[in-house]
Design a binder for this molecule. Structure first.
Ligand code: NAP
Length: 496
């Protein structure tokens, strides 16, 4: 795909760890045309040679490869520029026009903002006023999360970027939508006659989505203190997974149709406000504890974190979708740092059969579960009941597993690679539309408004645990429990 890719924040962590290696993989797979150029923008002074060397180093350290790396890196150029400095955009424009001509790029431009969000508005306004968006070809803006801090700031940011780009030119990244198994949710649902007819409140009792990390806040204390798990994870990634699980089948697999169905889900999500927040949502903050045999500090003892911080590092909640398909089915979601294991999984729990004729030796029949393993392992497991060999009327649980491993997994492109490729092709399906962002902030703002008014008794969960007790009680009062994510691992399922 011919285009000029301008990366703002080209000396930063995201560019080095994700963007350069992803671009290289696209180049290596022949998905980048010979006609492409990348302009890196950041403040520190670097020559083109130094910048190209940093690109090569990033690719080598991420992928351990260097085939055709010199050829790849020769397409990279650097411009030292403070994005708040108005005068320097003209130089950037001249550089972009020259590269456009040199590589015959047809005026196609992708502006990737890999920088702190406070700069997004300024950059977008300058790109327009200084004529960088004045092109013959397509112009697209890729922005990273967080998209605002709440609905009001997201609206303000959106208005700023919309002065220079139309909605269909804005690609808001939610990197979960680049994950293979998140993209697979639609296929599993809409390509299987055995699931779609059961995918509703008549047959499903509840759906659980867990995204747990073992890492703490690391070096991101300053940012995290203003964000917390609700804004950092739930507003975007978790709610996107809810939408994909709950949406109606689109009439066609086009961007507009899929997004419209997702927006319909967001519109049906029950808003929770005031005192009710305590009945639907639980927050937590990690104390010290042990992970992988190592003692780790409490959140409040992490660098750049307030000693009396009220920021949540864990959130669990019950999301209700008030429409015909989902009325009465809770979607339980939880996410947190410093938990027992690093894992993202979806568990779809089907309702019990009307009458149990078969008993397992020690316990009642297990409900059928469909487990979608998002990361680190990728796959699907279906939990069924079958006759116990040699037994009489005993049933036992059997698990049918598909693990996306071996050749398939090796060839699975990394999330950012897929999203960059989608953007180059002009496919915005796996990026979030403004309406999704707005509905989701509206939902989350009502929860944070209640939480900000009162201090929680933090820390309330030990590092290395699965969160505070109240998160378990949230399900217990509905007669459910969190399926233990480690027991559900694909490896634990095979051959059983
Ligand atoms: P970072 O490592 O701090 O990099 C920031 C970049 O911005 C650097 O290249 C910095 O270079 C440049 N910069 C800062 N101020 C500038 C200015 N006034 N003018 C021009 N350039 C300036 O940040 P990051 O981790 O890459 O994150 C970038 C964005 O991606 C953030 O919005 C973050 O939330 C988001 N994000 C990151 C990750 C990740 O894995 N890192 C994941 C998801 C989302 P100079 O110092 O040379 O100017």
């Amino acid at each position: 795909m011919t285009s000029l890719i301008m990366i703002f924040g080209a000396t930063g962590d995201l560019a080095k760890r994700k963007l350069f290696p992803s671009l290289y993989r696209l180049f290596e797979r022949g998905r980048l045309s010979e006609q492409f150029a990348v302009v890196g923008v950041a403040r520190r002074p670097l020559s083109n040679d130094e910048f190209q060397q940093s690109v090569k180093d990033s690719v080598q350290s991420a992928l351990g490869k260097d085939e055709r790396i010199d050829e790849f890196a020769s397409h990279f150029y650097y411009h030292s520029h403070d994005v708040t400095n108005s005068s320097s955009y003209q130089t950037l424009k001249t550089m972009a026009n020259e590269l456009d001509e040199h590589y015959h790029l047809g005026g196609n431009r992708i502006f990737y903002l890999a920088m702190a969000p406070e700069f997004f508005g300024t950059i977008a306004l300058h790109l327009k006023s200084d004529g960088l968006t004045d092109v013959k070809g397509f112009k697209r803006l890729v922005i990273e999360k967080p998209f605002g801090h709440d609905l009001a700031s997201a609206k303000e940011l959106n208005e700023q970027i919309r002065t220079a780009f139309s909605e269909d030119e804005v690609y808001r990244i939610d990197h979960y939508l680049g994950k293979e198994m998140v993209r697979n949710i639609e296929v599993i649902r809409f390509a299987n006659a055995i699931f779609e007819p059961l995918w509703n409140n008549r047959y499903i009792s509840n759906i659980q989505i867990t995204s747990s990390e073992t890492l703490g806040v690391e070096e991101r204390g300053r940012y995290y203190e203003t964000s917390g798990a609700l804004r950092d994870m739930l507003q975007n990634h978790m709610m996107q997974m809810v939408a994909l699980l709950a949406m109606e089948p689109p009439i066609k697999l086009t961007t507009d149709e899929i997004r419209a169905e997702k927006v319909r889900v967001f519109r049906a999500v029950r808003n929770v406000e005031g005192e009710d927040v305590h009945n639907y949502f639980v927050r937590g903050q990690y104390g010290e504890g042990t992970i992988d045999g190592k003692q780790v500090p409490a959140y409040r003892d992490e660098p750049m974190v307030d000693k009396e911080s009220n920021t949540e590092t864990f959130v669990a909640g019950k999301v209700m979708i008030d429409n015909f398909r989902w009325a009465g089915v809770p979607f339980y979601i939880r996410t947190g740092k410093r938990m027992t294991t690093k894992s993202t999984k979806i568990v779809v729990q089907f309702k019990d059969i009307p009458m149990n004729l078969y008993y397992q030796t020690e316990k009642e029949l297990n409900p059928n579960l469909l487990v979608i393993h998002i990361q680190p392992e990728e796959g699907i497991t279906l939990h069924l009941n079958a006759k116990k060999a040699g037994g009489h009327l005993d049933a036992q649980e059997v698990k049918l597993s598909f693990a996306n491993s071996g050749v398939n997994a090796m060839n699975t492109p990394e999330g950012y690679e897929k999203l960059l490729y989608d953007c180059m092709r002009g496919d915005a399906t796996n990026f979030t539309h403004w309406d999704e962002v707005a509905y989701s902030w509206n939902f989350v703002d009502k929860i944070s408004a209640v939480w900000e008014k009162s201090k929680e008794n933090f820390p309330n969960y030990e590092s290395g645990s699965m969160g505070p007790k109240a998160a378990d009680e949230l399900l217990e009062k509905d007669g459910f429990f969190w399926w233990p994510v480690t027991d559900l691992d694909v490896d634990n399922c095979q051959g059983k």
